[in-house]
Design a protein around this ligand. Structure first.
Ligand SMILES: Nc1ncnc2c1ncn2[C@@H]1O[C@H](COP(=O)(O)OP(=O)(O)O)[C@@H](O)[C@H]1O
Ligand SMILES: [Mg+2]
Length: 279
């Protein structure tokens, strides 16, 4: 149904961590078909975040050419790509609800002219099967694949920080890829510090931001889960912990962000939400 791209003007702003967190929450808490994928060349940190629960399968996936983005690309080129069979080439993280598409094993140098249209067409096809496709795309303003995907996205989550210089650069729009201009956007501040003078309210006011602004607070346990490659396991264990749990504020904000994203793409979050304890 919809493509949600996570994009950032710079590296290291939590593009991958934020997309992994939102993807895990949607996959666990909502009864919709969700796909998470990255389109970077030579950066498998998104798969890495989920490695622990699926270590063996992911290794096999990486070694085989019959799965992941490269396999879909081959199918597309030979006109054999079908929406319903895309999930056969993904790793199921949560049966029927959350699939992970492993990214290309190719280097950027091996990309060919027009690859951006092939990749965009693959996700267009995937939209016929998945209700939400969450993409961790290469940041910056120069990548043709990202630019094409920004154009095809139903929603772009722009990952920023509380660093005023980089916010000023973003707001000036000087380095915006063309694909970002006309899309539906929301801003997500990563590793958020609510005690900073530059909190969400002040940032919004100072820069006159019209797009919705959300924030995921800095969370030590999330950092550890990401480093331990166990994002999904940690979400499974801890996401419903009570108010006194140290990671409660993080989960609250991931939940809010996930809900807003789904609402923006037209998912009825009341109906599709899975009651606690049912799943
Ligand atoms: N909310 C958070 N709390 C704690 N650590 C975070 C948070 N968001 C990101 N990080 C850490 O910041 C680092 C960089 O994030 P990453 O998602 O890899 O950035 P990007 O994809 O934008 O380059 C990662 O090591 C990650 O663990
Ligand atoms: Mg990244």
């Amino acid at each position: 149904m919809s493509i949600i791209s996570f994009w950032s003007p710079e590296h290291g702003r939590g593009n991958t961590s934020n997309s992994a967190a939102v993807g895990a929450m949607i996959g666990l808490d909502y009864d919709i078909r969700t796909l998470i994928a990255r389109t970077q060349f030579g950066d498998s940190s998104l798969e890495g975040a989920f490695l622990k629960s699926k270590e063996l399968q992911l290794r096999n996936f990486a070694a085989s050419t019959a799965s992941g983005m490269d396999a879909l690309e081959r199918l597309f080129k030979t006109k054999r790509l079908e929406a319903a069979s895309i999930s056969n080439h993904t790793l199921s993280l949560e049966p029927g609800r959350l699939d992970l598409l492993t990214g290309t094993s190719k280097s950027y140098e091996s990309a060919y002219e027009g690859i951006e249209h092939v990749i965009a067409a693959i996700f267009e096809e995937a939209k016929r099967y998945y209700q939400a496709i969450i993409l961790d795309i290469e940041g910056g303003s120069t990548n043709a694949v990202s630019n094409q995907l920004l154009k095809s996205s139903d929603l772009v989550v722009v990952n920023l920080s509380q660093d005023i210089m980089s916010l000023e650069r973003y707001i000036s729009k000087e380095q915006w890829p063309s694909g970002l201009q006309e899309t539906n956007r929301m801003i997500l501040l990563g590793q958020y510090d609510p005690h900073s003078k530059y909190n969400m309210t002040n940032i919004r006011r100072k820069f006159g931001i019209k797009d919705p602004v959300f924030a995921l607070p800095y969370c030590s346990e999330y950092r550890d889960a990401f480093n331990d490659r166990d994002v999904l396991g940690w979400f499974r264990r801890s996401r419903n912990a009570g108010r006194r749990h140290g990671s409660y504020p993080f989960f609250q904000e991931v939940r809010k962000t996930a809900k807003e994203i789904l609402a923006q793409i037209g998912v009825n979050t009341e109906i599709k939400h899975i009651e606690r304890g049912v799943s």
